[in-house]
Design a binder for this molecule. Structure first.
Ligand SMILES: Cc1cc2nc3c(=O)[nH]c(=O)nc-3n(C[C@H](O)[C@H](O)[C@H](O)COP(=O)(O)OP(=O)(O)OC[C@H]3O[C@@H](n4cnc5c(N)ncnc54)[C@H](O)[C@@H]3O)c2cc1C
Length: 298
């Protein structure tokens, strides 16, 4: 019987494990090795670790847990249930684990544009988050890929913060509204409504967007925002409440609507960045320990 099972060994899960390990709790972290930013070479915006390779960040985090006796297992969790104050977790090898508290830190996955060439460029010159990668794209020829919702108008306007040269590509999905076109023109955002054939580049770096009519547009970075989904269905299995954005609704200190179940990081409701995920993990770690203290007090 563990005090706490943590599912997900990204920044949220590992930081929670650190606080709980330091609180002398019996903790296990179960992780399937797919952190959201595994596509990227650099992790930006985390004070003292700005620009660090995300894989190195995870390795360093795991190594730091060693001295606190935290168990780490590389495994996919298939199911989790809660009955009468006990969580029962099953991994994909059929092994069963039990705990008093459960932390879900299973993260999100991104919906990528369906464009030829996008996968090898994702995390290098194709990005979704300007706060993570806008600086590295500053003053470049930035393309914004519009999706069916709002056509990327807001993101195209936002990218003017980082470059004067911004073009919104609608990929021929519906038509832009007259007022959107006027707004973009007033803010000197270029508009391309032709269908995209493919992205062209080398070593993951975008060089051109090739249109269906054969024309090639020089572009050095592409930003998109097509939404996310939960990386695991464990929140649903456990009966968590979700927001309309598809993240798990959490209360103060990362409590969910299920007693003893906490959620931290991208899977939970808040801004999605490494430093925020790690901070939420720390908050959850302290809150879980406080609940255990209360329960054990004679
Ligand atoms: C391309 C890209 C670049 C990014 N760049 C930056 C950046 O520069 N700076 C920044 O602050 N943020 C960046 N982000 C965002 C950042 O990746 C996330 O905010 C952060 O990883 C969230 O941490 P997390 O611990 O919540 O989830 P994750 O890091 O996604 O970790 C979740 C973990 O849970 C595991 N897991 C999921 N389901 C299961 C299961 N069923 N069983 C076992 N394990 C499971 C996964 O394998 C994974 O290891 C970037 C994201 C992307 C996609």
């Amino acid at each position: 019987m563990y005090d706490v099972i943590i599912i997900g060994g990204g920044p949220a899960g590992l930081n929670a494990a650190m606080l709980l390990g330091r609180s002398r709790r019996k903790v296990i972290v179960m992780d399937s090795g797919k952190p959201r930013n595994r596509w990227a070479e650099r992790m930006n915006g985390f004070l003292t670790s700005d620009g660090m390779n995300p894989r190195e960040f995870i390795q360093k985090g795991r190594a730091e847990l060693d001295k606190y006796g935290v168990e780490l297992v590389d495994v996919v969790v298939k199911s989790a249930t809660y009955t009468k104050g006990e969580f029962v977790v099953n991994d994909s090898n059929g092994k069963v684990y039990r705990s008093r508290k459960l932390l879900l830190a299973t993260g999100l996955k991104d919906t990528l544009p369906e464009l030829e060439g996008v996968e090898e460029m994702y995390g290098k010159s194709v990005h979704h988050c300007p706060y993570c990668d806008g600086w590295e794209s500053r003053d470049k020829a930035i393309a914004v890929y519009g999706g069916p919702v709002h056509h990327g108008v807001g993101q195209a306007l936002a990218m003017k913060n980082w470059s004067a040269d911004v073009t919104l590509y609608t990929d021929a999905i519906d038509g832009l509204r007259r007022e959107d076109i006027e707004l973009l023109e007033r803010n000197e955002v270029k508009i391309e409504q032709e269908k995209i054939a493919r992205l062209e580049g080398e070593n993951g770096m975008l060089r051109h967007i090739v249109l269906a009519n054969g024309e090639k547009r020089p572009q050095q970075a592409l930003f998109f925002s097509l939404g996310t989904e939960q990386q695991s269905d464990l929140g649903e299995q456990l009966g968590c409440e979700f927001t309309s954005d598809g993240v798990i609704r959490t209360k103060k200190l990362q409590h969910s609507n299920i007693p003893g179940l906490f959620v931290a990081g991208d899977a939970a409701r808040d801004m999605q960045m490494v430093v925020v995920a790690a901070a939420e993990g720390a908050k959850a770690g302290v809150a879980i320990n406080m609940e255990l203290q209360q329960e054990d007090r004679k």
